[in-house]
Write a protein that binds this ligand. Structure first.
Ligand SMILES: NC(=O)c1ccc[n+]([C@@H]2O[C@H](COP(=O)([O-])OP(=O)(O)OC[C@H]3O[C@@H](n4cnc5c(N)ncnc54)[C@H](OP(=O)(O)O)[C@@H]3O)[C@@H](O)[C@H]2O)c1
Length: 316
């Protein structure tokens, strides 16, 4: 079978190779899944650079998100059946034709959800739920408060704008260019600002670096800042966070921490919310291109292309 493999950390376009490998058989409690679609997300590429080298062993197959159908059952698996579509989560490895995962880490996909949307039903929707929940319960923000969302035209940014509005907050979209603002305005009628920070009560930040620092400085006493990404390639300045510790609540949010501590039923319930949002449209993500896995170099080039207008999917 064809698989994408990382054997050394570095620039994803240089170090992710394509190889032929044997199909391993599922062991007790495991299933084999034929991957039908896998997403390319920023969070798939960060470990490739070596940013998390303390918890990433080489070699590895990238890809945290996708959908496939069960092809073989290991001993003792009786709640899944061959042919059933599932989302295998909890570890990377989706950028290959077949994957073996514990059955306990597979979540069934309803028949009315397409492969393309199912392949994007996990990382961004479930993180967006956690972020809005943090704003409500962890930081105790009240209805009507102004919550900034950076990189607001990203797939998750768009979800956050809708979910925050649904939860009676006032989402403020923060983007980096007029072109992005124009694109976002086609589907979002709320406030959009370009880099400049208006008064905000909280910020959900996927950018970090200088842009993140600037937004952090504008928060008033009682404000909250959640960093869940670093698209700029840099974190927030730790000295700044320490200096304002008494005024502004700061936290990181990583979906993997929640997923590895939540019960199976809790995760399944969040998938039901995700599928409902996909049906309703607000959690369906735009797709730019579906590439064959054998075209991975072209897909990785497109991922960095400023003209990309939606997610890239791989068809292994
Ligand atoms: N913490 C978690 O568990 C978790 C889970 C899901 C996602 N995330 C993070 O969420 C972020 C977005 O993910 P996604 O899948 O929604 O991405 P996406 O759909 O690929 O969109 C990324 C967009 O962000 C904008 N962008 C890129 N670099 C930027 C920068 N330096 N400053 C401002 N905007 C920038 C670009 O839009 P323009 O070119 O139009 O400006 C780009 O199209 C990523 O950082 C990802 O790692 C984190």
């Amino acid at each position: 079978m064809l698989c994408a493999v990382v054997r050394a950390f570095g620039d994803p376009r240089q170090v992710i190779g394509l190889e032929e490998a044997e199909r391993p058989a599922p062991g007790p409690g495991e299933v084999e899944i034929r991957i039908r679609r896998a997403a390319i997300n920023p969070s798939d590429l960060i470990p490739v650079t070596g940013a998390y080298r303390s918890r990433t062993s080489l070699p590895f197959v990238p890809g945290f998100e996708g959908v496939g159908e069960i092809t073989r059952l290991g001993e003792g698996v009786d709640d899944l059946a061959p042919g059933q579509r599932v989302l295998p989560i909890g570890a990377s490895g989706l950028w290959q034709a077949y994957l073996v995962r514990p059955a306990a880490w597979c979540f069934a996909v309803p028949d009315d959800i397409t492969d393309d949307q199912a392949a994007m039903a996990y990382v961004n929707p479930l993180t967006a739920f956690r972020l809005v929940d943090a704003v409500k319960t962890h930081f105790g923000m009240a209805a009507g408060q102004r919550i900034g969302v950076t990189a607001a035209a990203s797939a998750i940014g768009r979800m956050l704008l809708t979910l925050l509005a649904e939860a009676s907050f006032r989402p403020v979209a923060v983007v980096r260019s007029a072109a992005t603002a124009e694109r976002l305005a086609e589907g979002f009628s709320g406030e959009i600002v370009i880099a400049n920070a208006p008064p905000l009560d909280a910020v959900l930040d996927a950018v970090g670096g200088e842009a993140g620092n600037a937004l952090f400085r504008t928060l008033h006493r009682g404000g909250a800042f959640v960093q869940y990404g670093a698209l700029s390639g840099a974190q927030l300045d730790p000295a700044l966070i320490t200096a304002r510790r008494e005024d502004v609540a700061f936290s990181f949010l990583w979906l993997r921490n929640w997923v590895h501590s939540a019960a199976h039923a809790e995760i399944a319930a969040e998938f039901e919310r995700s599928f409902a949002g996909i049906r309703a449209g607000h959690l369906a993500s735009a797709i730019d291109t579906v590439f064959a896995l054998s075209d991975l170099p072209a897909a990785l080039a497109r991922q960095d292309d400023p003209a990309r207008a939606g997610k890239l999917l791989l068809a292994p």
